[in-house]
Design a protein around this ligand. Sequence first.
Ligand code: FAD
Length: 389
Amino acid sequence: MTVHFDICVIGGGLAGISAAAGLAALRRVVLVEREAHWAYHSTGRSAALFAESYGNTAVRALTRASRNFYLVSDGSRPFTQPRGALFVATAAQQESLNTLYGTLSAASPRIELLGPAAALALCPALRSDTLSGALLDPDARDIDVAAVVDYYVRQFRSHGGQQCRSTEVVGLEHCRGEWHIQAGNSQIRATVVVNAAGAWADEVARAAGAAASGLEPRRRTAVRVSAAPWTVAQWPCVIDVSEQWYFRADAGALLLSPADETLSAPCDAQPDDFDVALAIERVEAATRLVVERPLSTWAGLRTFAADRTPVVGFDPDVAGFYWLAGQGGYGIQTAPALAQLAVAQVTGNQLPSQLAAAGVDAAALSPARLRQISENTPREPIQDGDVRG
Ligand SMILES: Cc1cc2nc3c(=O)[nH]c(=O)nc-3n(C[C@H](O)[C@H](O)[C@H](O)COP(=O)(O)OP(=O)(O)OC[C@H]3O[C@@H](n4cnc5c(N)ncnc54)[C@H](O)[C@@H]3O)c2cc1C
């Protein structure tokens, strides 16, 4: 049986769900997810931090534009709670810290440079003999990702959106102004396809006959450990300024990461023992924490374009094919703004004024920009002042 929609969104992570929720208020939308559960891949595995100090200029603008969404609640529970982010530096990293401060303080007067004593007051487990300085983003927040996913799924359903889980899109053909989509055993027809397939976005593009965007899925590992004997609930998220490691409180325990970025094929990412050991080694070297044995470990894929900026907009060459991909390490904190942008562009409306006011530049996100980056151009190096995320 063939079912007709205006829009088919592929991918039931936060990107696809949030865009589908907004689109369903205006159009007939189907949301297709291969897994049995929403948010099974990257969205369900993140460190759940909202920090306007994280990422490059384009990412920071999207995060700023998402702030209002994250400061409200769905009526039952708030989406975020205060946390704070503390970027720490050894003497050798002090110059990077100063550069980062120069970049961030221009946009946010609340960003503060701290000496070692003030940093230790916030996180007493830091090693005083190696700590040279720190930068505090007091406005960073913990995100309740499950609450946000729930909220958007409820919005989607209440607007009459059609959900298809345990259904993989395996074929896409554009015929006489319409997409013919093979989704599991169903045939779907839709005028627009939204590619929110996360690590699989380039695969979906190829299936649709579009050029790949050169997206690279990169594995990141998380290790949950006991915090005893420390009381960590009030600690900020502590991040090495060169992002070699970070740790944060997680429901009474600590979540550590070696901030790894191992290139991977799109897959159900699993933690590697080496990365788990590296997380513990790096955090122990920078702190007085003694880690016994991980309580749990996991990994997820963060998918980046060459310039580490999301890939969002209509494909320049293939009609009706819309990209919502390449969110890297920032896809949770930027999702509300990216969903608003996607809704406006897919329905042919102007950039919402609050996105423009936050500095979101649709051209900087457009997939067309990547066609100008030749295959021989080296991938964007990390700049001082760009926190990788
Ligand atoms: C360890 C870790 C820490 C992170 N920390 C943060 C953080 O603190 N803050 C932050 O903002 N971000 C963070 N991120 C990044 C964030 O998790 C991602 O950017 C975000 O989840 C991407 O969402 P998505 O919907 O694009 O991808 P996903 O959640 O991966 O969703 C894509 C979905 O598409 C589906 N799909 C793919 N192909 C098909 C197909 N052919 N048919 C049907 N379905 C398909 C997949 O099954 C998948 O469910 C972190 C990521 C990791 C791994």
